[in-house]
Design a protein around this ligand. Structure first.
Ligand SMILES: Cc1cc2nc3c(=O)[nH]c(=O)nc-3n(C[C@H](O)[C@H](O)[C@H](O)COP(=O)(O)OP(=O)(O)OC[C@H]3O[C@@H](n4cnc5c(N)ncnc54)[C@H](O)[C@@H]3O)c2cc1C
Length: 691
């Protein structure tokens, strides 16, 4: 049980210190603070009813202790809060039933945040978003009980200022100073290539990472023109990619809200980056690279074209369970004395000189001590000032775990998604730091989502719902809305399916398949990470059918996937109208027999009947992977202001950078997000090294 208490004296002192800091900040003119520059701060100004403001401040309470629970990932999370007339004086959080090394560790931190902020609307702990959200929900419930006013977390409130101001850190609080030529903030898919490139180029580089360890790079890397791709093309000439056509298609996916030059840069440099990073992995003897050579059934071109851009590193037989891309990269980095990686070190804000040039950063560094129960305890924390001679490269990912940002910028994503355990750790801290420094942000707020998440038959999509991982969901089986009606061509980019779902009741649909599903998944000839069978060139898929079906059996046991002997029984168990559903299936089977989808134009090889018991159905929604809109950059990865001018000294790569995607993720270019992140991370480091 984590407990945080605060005395009135301490709290008032804290408030006074905060006020002093804000006043001091106002007097500092070196930091260019921009909310309006983002184009998105405006989106944070939607109206909300007064009764769902999250902050407790301003409310009065009936003194006493209140208790509430909310559904976490593996248990009901319990929050107990004590109030006097005007404030929260104590908070106890019981997360002991949550995942041992993850959710169960966050009690102290969340209790501290809630009491310090006097609010339930605090930042989630990254990596434990679902448990954090449950804690926030239960805390809001306690505040509601104590105040007699309904308080909810994460409302689109007019006053909800997701950007806020850069925190003011007093010089006296900074107990360590470090000098470096280049600082990389965030070590994952973009940060790793940037760090290793800077090391190889001889730059004096420091990388800070807020996690206990860096994030492994994503293992689907999109590129055009690698040696592995060329080998496939010798056997399958139809997989040759016309660069111009590919660039045009990516621009079309973004409906023009992108920079052609950045897309061209990926098309031109992704092969070199992928071969270089693949080379490091292969040279270790622990990985081998494969090109994911597959285009689908080319007899029936889909309405959206696939490009065989994907590359995956796979472990060799000799590589043990402890081998990861990170462990290989750490070994590689150890060869370079000019490079340092520091974990448990989180960026707080950027530092600028009078001209606006970014000249450093302040970060919070922590020391952790492993506890007997497997958790970590923070034993020491201090602020570090990092003076940077050449450049700061931000590679901190997006803002998927920042509820306030998501509510303000992507309300539609919040409606489609459910909480699911694996996702980006991005909490928006990097983007916010760049906005505080004057950066502009993409005007279109975009996410990457898979339709591979499920809810139970009495649940619907929504950011408050805790769902389950459903890898099978990407297969283009029959899909019906909650009225039992078919509503779109089930075949196409993942998000097109989800966007069609957004237009349906409760933003939720039902996947329907039958006993012959195994054969059908072969016939579908999927591309990318949802493929369940080896690719045409023999490359292995990310997951195979059998392991996927094992997960489905678990989903049946857990009450997500429904199995029935008749269509009527299936509809009943899924809480959808049986008559309409049965008619829909009959019509679908009729079209399958004809071989032509007269209703929604689905390709013939994906028209597979639902006619053999047992029948299966599951309510499916969006698994939110990451956000893809970020700060504006040029082709040197320099961060730009709204007027297009460069913020000297500041660079960005990966999901915190923008101008590449809009409205959706074009997943038929397998690995494009990861390929962009890596290519741009490496490009930025080379550019900075040459300064
Ligand atoms: C489950 C999943 C599957 C995906 N599948 C694919 C796929 O198949 N193909 C594809 O192309 N893309 C895929 N993506 C997306 C892809 O992973 C991202 O687009 C890409 O990883 C972004 O890289 P990044 O470097 O921006 O972020 P990350 O790799 O997340 O790295 C960001 C790092 O910054 C650190 N950090 C954040 N804030 C701070 C701070 N304030 N201070 C210090 N450190 C900080 C984080 O801890 C993290 O280590 C997937 C994403 C997910 C979550």
């Amino acid at each position: 049980m984590a407990k945080k208490e605060i005395s009135r004296k301490t709290f008032i002192k804290g408030l006074a210190a905060g006020a002093a800091s804000i006043a001091a900040f106002g007097a500092l003119s070196t930091v260019e603070k921009s909310k309006s520059g983002s184009g998105s701060a405006g989106s944070g100004s939607a109206t909300v009813p007064a009764d769902i403001q999250a902050a407790a401040s301003g409310l009065t309470f009936t003194p006493g202790t209140y208790e509430a629970t909310a559904k976490g990932l593996a248990s009901d999370v319990k929050v107990t809060m004590t109030f006097d007339e005007t404030m929260i004086t104590a908070c106890d959080i019981d997360v002991s039933g949550e995942t041992p090394d993850i959710g169960a560790m966050i009690g102290d931190e969340m209790a501290e945040k809630i009491v310090t902020a006097q609010s339930a609307d605090v930042d989630a702990v990254s990596g434990a978003t679902i448990t954090s959200e449950a804690v926030k929900k239960a805390a809001a419930d306690c505040i509601s009980q104590a105040s007699g006013t309904t308080v909810a977390v994460g409302g689109n409130s007019e006053g909800s200022d997701w950007l806020g101001e850069a925190p003011e850190i007093a010089d006296s609080d900074i107990t360590e100073t470090v000098d470096t030529d280049m600082l990389i903030v965030g070590v994952g898919t973009a940060g790793w290539p940037a760090l290793m490139t800077a090391a190889e180029e001889g730059v004096n580089v420091l990388a800070i990472e807020k996690g206990k360890a860096p994030t492994n790079v994503r293992e689907d890397i999109g590129a055009i023109g690698t040696k592995w791709q060329k080998e496939t093309i010798e056997q399958f000439p139809e997989m040759e990619i016309d660069k111009t056509e590919a660039i045009e298609d990516i621009v079309r996916y973004a409906t023009g809200y992108c920079k052609y030059d950045l897309i061209k840069l990926w098309a031109n440099e992704s092969a070199e980056t992928t071969e270089w990073i693949g080379g490091i992995l292969e040279d270790s003897g622990k990985y081998y690279m494969q090109h994911e050579g597959g285009l689908g059934d080319t007899r029936y071109p889909e309405r959206d074209k696939a490009y065989a851009t994907g590359h995956s590193p796979h472990k060799t037989d000799d590589a043990g369970d402890d081998v990861t891309t990170t462990s290989v990269f750490e070994e590689h980095l150890a060869k370079y004395s000019n490079a340092e990686l520091r974990c448990n070190c989180e960026l707080v804000k950027l530092l600028q000189d009078d001209s606006g040039k970014v000249v450093g950063a302040i970060a919070k560094s922590s020391t952790l001590e492993a506890q007997a129960d497997g958790t970590d305890k923070v034993t020491e924390e201090h602020y570090v000032k990092i003076n940077v001679a050449k450049a700061v490269l931000m590679s901190t990912s997006g803002y998927a775990t920042n509820g306030a940002m998501m509510n303000a910028l992507q309300p539609m994503t919040q409606e489609m998604k459910v909480q699911c355990k694996v996702g980006s750790k991005g909490d928006g801290s990097g983007i916010k730091a760049m906005l505080w420094a004057g950066a502009a942000m993409d005007p279109i707020h975009t996410s990457m989502m898979f339709n591979r998440c499920a809810v139970k038959p009495d649940e619907v999509a929504g950011a408050d719902t805790v769902g389950a991982w459903f890898w099978f969901g990407e297969q283009p089986f029959l899909k019906v809305n909650l009225n039992g009606e078919r509503f779109c061509n089930e075949s196409g980019p993942y998000e097109f399916m989800l966007h069609s779902m957004e237009m349906q009741p409760n933003h939720t649909y039902v996947d329907v398949f039958d006993a012959n599903n195994k054969e059908y998944t072969k016939q579908f000839q999927e591309v990318g990470c949802c493929r369940l069978w080896p690719f045409d060139n023999g490359a292995i898929s990310n997951r195979d059918y059998d392991s996927c079906w094992e997960s489905n059996e678990q989903l049946i046991e857990d009450g997500y996937l429904i199995k029935a002997d008749t269509l009527e029984e299936l509809a009943e168990k899924l809480n959808i109208p049986s008559d309409t559903f049965v008619k829909t299936v009959e019509r679908y089977n009729e079209l399958c027999a004809k071989g032509v989808d007269e209703d929604y134009n689905k390709s013939p090889h994906r028209m597979t009947p639902v006619d053999t018991a047992p029948f299966y159905g599951i309510r499916t929604c969006a698994w939110h992977l990451t956000t893809l809109d970020g700060c504006s950059i040029n082709t040197n990865m320099q961060v730009l202001r709204e007027d297009g001018s460069v913020i000297e000294g500041l660079y960005a790569a990966g999901d915190c950078s923008g101008n590449f995607f809009a409205n959706n993720y074009p997943n038929l270019f397998t690995g494009l997000a990861c390929g962009r992140s890596m290519t741009f991370g490496r490009h930025a480091a080379k550019y900075i090294a040459a300064l």
